[in-house]
Design a protein around this ligand. Sequence first.
Ligand SMILES: Nc1nc2c(c(=O)[nH]1)N[C@H]1C(S)=C(S)[C@@H](COP(=O)(O)O)O[C@H]1N2
Ligand SMILES: [Mo]
Length: 542
Amino acid sequence: MNRTTRTTLAAAFAGVASAVLGAGVGELSAALIAPESSPFAAIGGALIDAAPPWAKDTAIALFGTADKVALLVGIAIVLLAVAAGAGILDLRRPPWGRIVFIVIGLIGAVAAMTRAQAAGFAWLPSMLAGAVSAGALLLILRQRQKTPDAATGAPGETGAPGETGAPGETGAPGDTSPSGAAGAPDPGRRRVLVWAGSATALGVLATLGATAVHAGTRGITVIREALRLPAPAVAAPPVPAAAELEILGLAPVITPNERFYRIDTALVVPQVDPATWKLRIHGMVENEVELTWDELLALPLEESVTTLACVSNEVGGGLIGNALWLGYPIRELLSRAKPTADADMVLSRSIDGFTASSPLEVLTDDRNAILAIGMNGEPLPVEHGFPVRMVVPGLYGYVSATKWVTELEVTRFDEQRAYWTDRGWSERGPIKLESRIDVPAGGQGLRAGETVIAGVAWQQQVGIEGVEVQIDEGEWRPATLATAISNDTWVQWSIPWTAKKGDHVLRCRATSKAGELQTEEEVGVVPDGATGWHWRTVAVFD
Ligand SMILES: Nc1nc2c(c(=O)[nH]1)N[C@H]1C(S)=C(S)[C@@H](COP(=O)(O)O)O[C@H]1N2
Ligand SMILES: [Mo]
């Protein structure tokens, strides 16, 4: 490796080190001021909102519910590559590398300020990150230019005005080393490496500090854990014992909170204090209504079991769960607000700016469309919308299940558009009739002999009449349904199978209580939910 290459690599390292330090300082300051203003969260959040319609789909298909981690890792990789480039740029064309860092800081600041929850100082962490990166790059690259004497002298010397005339400023990397011969040890480069290494270590420390601050100030988690839910005025009937088939590998009929899928656009989970939470019902109403947490808790709350499903759930996918919810009927609140006759939609808005469009009639008919505060006997988990979310049987989550909800605007479909409608998804999202095979697990070998095929089926608000199973090209045979909790929940099903040696294809299809047969036609999740029969192949051994 010749000297120019080594100097270039050292400059790239200087760029990366400066970025790590800047990002660490940015994250730490954000953790101290306001978590939503984290430079990473702000840029990531802006990217999520700006992403083209197919991107969410692809991200979920590739990474599932780890899509956010994947996004952050992606941002980090891109930033590190840009930072390495900035280091080299600053070596060759000072001060352009530093300008790159300042510009990235500005982008982060703008992103942070335009987030829905932006606090007054939202720009600060990103600007700090940009400024610290630029300053660090200047300091690190300067180490190259000091004469050996200056290096052993007072540290304050680095700011000496004479530096502007240093040889390094000419922009020719080969000329910058104070030591002449190629291949000879280069104390300037060594100093660059030492300073860059120290900056990296400091940056990592600051990032760890930010993590520690997050862990230490989990105020909302503490508040949530101290909460006691009021007893329901209307309790749900106990889940019938016959609703749970208890087959290994089959999704339990009630999904435990920690196994419940999570889908949202929030990179940083909104931290909403119930003490300051308020719901505002406004728009095309005769009376604006405001509701505080204490007022909500004082209302007669009702329990209901509802299966929530995501429109991005592929046939056979896991973006669906069933829980016991505790909440208050939205219909009662809307009857207080008195929507005007020409209103046909409610745009629910969460504290982070997400919006969902639900047909007004769905929120005013007699179904269990609720403002939920409890999930499976606990306050809502923070990532599932604490303290208050919506749950509406029969609609996909993206048009109904607003988490961290703070606003219901009564309006019209031809006047307002919701978050996902602007990104290519349908403005209405009734849940489609579907069924899924859980057992036997796909791709897994199976012993020949007596076994069982089992799964779940759902069409909220309608209910499931039956499920049929087909093995290879054989007859469709009716499965046995477990007892359904209600028409708003999925129902388990199973069918015995004498598995013979060889490869087999298993299919299932459901019929609804309205007499509809689940369609075989395979359509993708965009714009309003996937259809098709779920199938899987199994290899049966002796
Ligand atoms: N604030 C907010 N609420 C939201 C979303 C969101 O991105 N932000 N996503 C919706 C979607 S697409 C679904 S499927 C459900 C998922 O709810 P869960 O994460 O509790 O399973 O939340 C809905 N509520
Ligand atoms: Mo969703």
